[in-house]
Design a protein around this ligand. Structure first.
Ligand SMILES: [Fe+2]
Length: 403
C-alpha cells in the first residue's frame, strides 16, 4: 500500500526519533582492523592469542576449492587450531544457508566464526553466529536487536572491496519465496576484528571489482549526504569516496596492483564504518528490490540507481555534494549548485569507465509498480536527504530498464 507523503514523512520522523533515542548516543562499534599483506597472519595470531581452538570458517565453494580460504588461515592451522567448514554460501544468502551453517557450527562445537569471502559469506556468518544455542527460526530475527544474546565472536576476512559488512552490525538475508531482502541488525553482529589483505583481492575479476567498488562508493555517498549527523559518518564517508575515486579504475584495469587493491579495501572498510552509523538510503532501497527480484548483483544494482537518485536529490543534498566535488578534485566552481552537478556527473562517468551498463534488460516494465512500492516502503526507514515520490521511483525504474 502506498502511503501519502505526509504519512511517510511522519513515519520516517517517528522512526528516526526512536532510533536516536535508542542508539543515538552509543558508539557505532569498535573493533580491530589489520591492513596490508600480513593482515591475515596478524588476525590469525589474534584469534590464537584469545584461545580459540575450534572455529567455523564460513565461505563459498569457489574460495574453498581454490584454496584461498585455507591459505588465508594457514596461521591458525600452524598454531593447532581446528578449522571446521561451512563452504556452502551462495550469492544473496538465504535462511536455508543459515540453517545449514548452524548444523556445521553445532556438530563441531566451535567457539568463534571466521567469514572468508564477500558480503554474502560475511552476512551468512553473522547470522550463523546467532544460532549457537537457539532453535528459533532465523527469519524471526529480521529487524533491530531481535537476535539471541549469545552470539559467537565473528572475525572477517573480506575477499571483495565493497559490501563493508566487515565493519557493520547488519546482515542482509534474502527470502527467495517473497523475493525480498531482509535486514538483521544487532550490536553483536559487528565483527571483533578484520583483516584487509590485498593479496586476497588480486584474483577478483574486473566486473566484480567494478560493481563492488560502486557499492562502496554508494555507501560513502549515502552516509555523507544523509540528514542524520551522527558520529564520524561524514569523515569515514569522505575517506571512502576519495578512496574509490583514487583507486577503483586502477584496480579494474590493473587487477594485480597491490596499492590499488589495498586502497579499495580500505575505502570499502571506511564506507562500512560510515553506514554502520547512519544506514543507507534511497539507492539501496531500489537496489535491494532489483537484487531480490532479478538476482542483479548488489553493486551493479546500486550503480544503476545511484546517478538517478543523486540527480533527484540534487537540491536537498547540494551542500554535501558540492563539498564532495571539492574533496575529490572534480570541481572548484564558485557556485555550489555547479559543483554538486559536476560531482553527480563524475559519479556517472566513473560508473561508465569501470564498465557497468546504465540499463539492465532483466528489469521488466510489468514489475515497476511492485518494485516502486517495495522501494518506497524500504526507503521510509532511511535518513536520505528526502523521500522519493512514487512517480520519481517509477521514473528511475523506467530509466534503468531497456526500452
Ligand atoms: Fe550496499
Amino acid at each position: 500500500m502506498v502511503r501519502s507523503m505526509p504519512v511517510r514523512r511522519f513515519k520516517r520522523g517517528f522512526k528516526l526519533g526512536l532510533i536516536k533515542l535508542l542508539i543515538g548516543n552509543k558508539a557505532a562499534g569498535v573493533h580491530l582492523s589489520y591492513v596490508g599483506r600480513g593482515a591475515t597472519d596478524d588476525l590469525c595470531r589474534r584469534i590464537v592469542d584469545i584461545g580459540h581452538t575450534d572455529v567455523l570458517v564460513v565461505t563459498d565453494k569457489a574460495l574453498k576449492e581454490l584454496g584461498l580460504a585455507e591459505r588465508a588461515l594457514a596461521g591458525l592451522v600452524e598454531a593447532g587450531v581446528n578449522l571446521h567448514w561451512y563452504a556452502g554460501v551462495d550469492p544473496d544468502p538465504t535462511f536455508a544457508h543459515v540453517i545449514e551453517g548452524r548444523q556445521a557450527l553445532r556438530s563441531a562445537g566451535c567457539t568463534a566464526i571466521i567469514a572468508v569471502g564477500g558480503g554474502s559469506s560475511m552476512d551468512a556468518a553473522k547470522i550463523i553466529a546467532c544460532t549457537r544455542s537457539s532453535d528459533e527460526a532465523p527469519d524471526k530475527w529480521v529487524g533491530m536487536n531481535k537476535v539471541p544474546d549469545d552470539i559467537l565472536p565473528i572475525y572477517a576476512i573480506p575477499t571483495t572491496s565493497g559490501t563493508g559488512s566487515e565493519a557493520t552490525m547488519g546482515a542482509v538475508i534474502k527470502d527467495p519465496v517473497e523475493k525480498l531482502k531482509h535486514i538483521i541488525v544487532a550490536e553483536g553482529l559487528l565483527p571483533q576484528a578484520v583483516a584487509l589483505n590485498p593479496d586476497l583481492l588480486v584474483g577478483l575479476p574486473a566486473p566484480i571489482t567494478a560493481a563492488t567498488g560502486i557499492d562502496a562508493l554508494t555507501h560513502g555517498i549515502e552516509a555523507f549526504i544523509c540528514i542524520w549527523d551522527r558520529g564520524t559518518r561524514k569523515e569515514n564517508g569522505r575517506l571512502a569516496i576519495q578512496g574509490v575515486f583514487r583507486w577503483l579504475e586502477q584496480a579494474v584495469q590493473h587487477p594485480e596492483d597491490m596499492e590499488a587493491r589495498q586502497g579499495m579495501a580500505v575505502a570499502a572498510y571506511h564506507a562500512g564504518i560510515a553506514i554502520n552509523q547512519v544506514g543507507v538510503g534511497n539507492v539501496h532501497a531500489i537496489a535491494h528490490q532489483l537484487g531480490a527480484r532479478y538476482g542483479i548483483p548488489h553493486g551493479q544494482a546500486n550503480a544503476l540507481a545511484l546517478p538517478h537518485v543523486l540527480q533527484a536529490c540534487l537540491s536537498e543534498a547540494e551542500t554535501a555534494l558540492a563539498e564532495l566535488a571539492v574533496v575529490t578534485h572534480v570541481s572548484e566552481a564558485a557556485s555550489p549548485a555547479a559543483r554538486a552537478q559536476a560531482f553527480v556527473e563524475s559519479v556517472t562517468d566513473l560508473i561508465r569507465k569501470v564498465g557497468i551498463a546504465e540499463t539492465d534488460p532483466r528489469i521488466q516494465s510489468e514489475d515497476w509498480e511492485t518494485l516502486a512500492h517495495a522501494a518506497m516502503d524500504e526507503s521510509d526507514g532511511y535518513v536520505s536527504p528526502r523521500l522519493l515520490t512514487k512517480a520519481e521511483m517509477l521514473g528511475i525504474l523506467r530509466d534503468i530498464s531497456v526500452s
